[in-house]
Design a protein around this ligand. Structure first.
Ligand SMILES: [Zn+2]
Length: 283
């Protein structure tokens, strides 16, 4: 027998919140309460039937006929939402699992449904515990991630679920990590650029110092040659001539040959085809 309602029930059973029995957390429950809206395993369903329809109404999700409004009840509720309220005050470690004997299983189910001994107000914590019991994780927005497979024990499922993060949280963590990596790269690039600039500045300063040193050496050599030329020259040293006149047989000009200026201290004098260099005040 397969109707649209059965297909809808199969779809609901594929949701992470309904992957396990609402009571013992065994995987792949096939029975459901169409009055309270949860799914359970066949073993727990036998005890639920014993409780009476005034407490809960049970159907097989595959063998029984379902009305659309019954499907709507389990669609609206589901195991995590149900347990967040009906196991809100359940002491830690007091749940049952696949290995629990029938007597203890019945005690637990009667306490939970007949006396409503664990029922309380659903909180964020009770919701998280209910999600862990179903083997799925819940993120900050309350969204549930897919169930953990391969484990039949709710304790193991809870332990496995604890370190898991939902896809949304994983995406946020990945984005955060990527941002941090980008920041680190940015800092590294800035440090590299600063180092390169420092090296370039040092190289430039070194080159400039080298040029200045060579220029000074060349100037010193030229000055020495001038002194030697004047020392051994046949003509007597000329009398100082006014810079602007250029008279006395000497052509006086500044270094670029444009004529002596008032502020120019560097001049060349040309005598007998030989060029020598003097500091301005020496002329
Ligand atoms: Zn069960």
């Amino acid at each position: 027998m397969s109707t649209r309602e059965h297909q809808q029930l199969r779809d609901l059973l594929r949701l992470p919140q309904n992957a396990r029995c609402v009571d013992c957390a065994v995987l792949d429950p096939k029975w459901a309460s169409f009055s309270l809206g949860y799914f359970m395993c066949i073993e727990c369903s036998g005890i639920h039937r014993m409780l009476g329809t005034h407490i809960t109404k049970v159907k097989s999700t595959t063998l029984d006929t379902w009305k659309p409004e019954y499907v709507e009840v389990v669609r609206r509720r589901g195991n995590v939402s149900f347990n967040a309220e009906w196991e809100a005050r359940l002491p830690a470690g007091k749940t049952i699992d696949a290995h629990t004997g029938s007597a203890e299983r019945e005690r637990f189910i009667r306490a939970k449904y007949e006396r409503q001994a664990f029922r309380g107000t659903a909180t964020r914590d009770s919701y998280a515990r209910a999600a862990a019991k179903m083997g799925c994780a819940v993120d900050e927005s309350g969204a549930l991630s897919p169930a953990v497979s391969g484990s039949d024990s709710p304790t193991a499922a809870a332990a496995a679920a604890a370190p898991r993060v939902s896809p949304a949280v994983a995406r946020r963590l990945a984005a955060k990590k990527a941002k941090e990596a980008e920041e680190r790269n940015k800092k590294a690039r800035a440090a590299e650029a600063a180092e390169a600039a420092k090296r370039a500045a040092e190289a430039e300063a070194k080159a400039a110092a080298e040029v200045a040193k060579r220029a000074a050496e060349a100037e010193a050599r030229a000055a020495a040659e001038t002194d030697v030329g004047e020392l051994f020259g046949s003509a007597p040293a000329p009398a100082p001539a006014p810079a602007a006149s250029g008279g006395g047989g000497f052509a006086v000009r500044n270094r670029d040959g444009a004529g002596a200026g008032a502020s120019c201290h560097r001049r060349l004098c040309v005598r007998g085809g030989r060029t020598c260099c003097h500091d301005g005040p020496h002329l």
